[in-house]
Design a protein around this ligand. Structure first.
Ligand SMILES: O=C(O)CCC(=O)C(=O)O
Length: 348
């Protein structure tokens, strides 16, 4: 076990091999896995995705994305940026929403990733974790990311950014290892049971994501300390998938100084296909929906559309203006919806 510290300074033991971790589940144990997920707020499926599919995604990245100079939306800051690499040559600015990438430039990478997100073993698990199909209703991918270098993502509940409009805590997400993830490669972690035992920190007031994002990050840490939450960073081998609930606290460890390891992985966030996307605890955000292998894929900034290419060009050339405009828009949106909700309450 690698001994390290959690974001609140408590001890965090990171398993260095499968032998040091729980066996968790395979796709044959779906019912037990769902039970574990409902109790713990996360679950791991071993070998859910075949190695050939993982390799196709990595090859697509290598062939089309690594040397590309096309600006891409990034997970860390919601900016359109060109690729940046760390000292080991790994992508340092993770990609946000692979489904939105421009097909002309990124066809093989995008289609391999979408094949993986819609692989029957994956969608079967998602469907079961989201409570099973009502009359054949399926699931929808609403958000995705691609990682290489350790990201050190701050602890958060996904619900703050997006959730199901039908039910807070009604979304699930998958962390899909495309290679064996070493203990020093910025391991993904979850805080078990926080989906049920941790308050929802709402995206509003001084915690609104437009101007109060740093307050939100602080609030998560201080509530985590008060609740004495535990931290778990499961061992994930190539093809293993960790699912977590949209209210479960999670994030990833920062790089270990001197470690040469990458954490090549995808994340995918899903809803039941009949549910709408609830963004920033504020509004139902309609997504353009297409189908891939019979599964719905939600798009937000489809780069195959000319108007989105124009937005990309503006955001790339004027990043500060873009960030300011985005922040003001989110703050306005959050306030607007909050006042609307308060007025509706007063009129009752
Ligand atoms: O792997 C990471 O660093 C963070 C992934 C994540 O937080 C997410 O997909 O919501």
């Amino acid at each position: 076990m690698l001994r390290t510290v959690s974001p609140i300074g408590s001890e965090l033991l990171v398993p260095e091999s499968i032998g040091e971790d729980k066996p968790y589940f395979t796709s044959d144990d779906l019912e037990q896995a769902c039970e574990y997920y409902r109790a713990q707020g996360y679950v791991v499926f071993r070998g859910l995705v075949g190695p050939a599919l993982c390799d196709r995604v990595l090859r697509g990245f290598q062939q089309e994305v690594r040397d590309s100079r096309v600006p891409i939306l990034r997970q860390k800051n919601m900016q359109y940026e060109r690729n940046e690499f760390d000292q080991n040559g790994f992508l340092n600015n993770p990609i946000f929403n692979i489904q939105d990438l421009q097909s002309k430039h990124f066809k093989a990478f995008k289609s391999a990733a979408l094949d993986l997100y819609t692989d029957p073993a994956v969608t079967r698990a998602v469907d079961a974790l989201l409570g099973g199909s009502a009359e054949g209703e399926g699931v929808r991918l609403i958000e995705s990311m691609y990682f290489e270098a350790p990201a050190g993502t701050w602890p958060h509940q996904d619900s703050y950014y997006q959730d199901s409009a039908a039910q807070i805590g009604g979304a699930t997400a998958a962390w899909i290892a495309l290679e064996d993830i070493t203990s020093k490669a910025g391991r993904f972690y979850v805080c078990p049971k926080t989906h049920a035992q941790f308050p929802v920190i709402w995206n509003r007031d001084k915690w609104n994501s437009g101007t109060g994002h740093e307050n939100y990050k602080d609030a998560i840490l201080s509530v985590a300390r008060q609740h004495g939450v535990s931290w778990r960073a499961p061992y994930l081998a190539k093809g293993d998938v960790l699912f977590w609930n949209s209210l479960t606290i999670h994030g990833s460890l920062p790089p270990f100084p001197g470690s040469p390891d990458s954490r090549k992985s995808l994340t995918g966030h899903y809803l039941r296909s009949g549910h709408q996307l609830f963004q920033f605890h504020t509004r139902v955000r309609r997504q353009k929906v297409k189908e891939h292998n019979g599964t719905q894929i939600g798009l937000l900034h489809d780069q195959d559309e000319v108007r989105n290419q124009l937005v990309r060009a503006f955001a790339y050339h004027f990043p500060n203006l873009w960030t300011q405009a985005r922040r003001i828009a989110i703050k306005f949106l959050v306030n607007f919806h909050q006042q609307g909700a308060a007025a509706r309450g007063a009129n009752r």
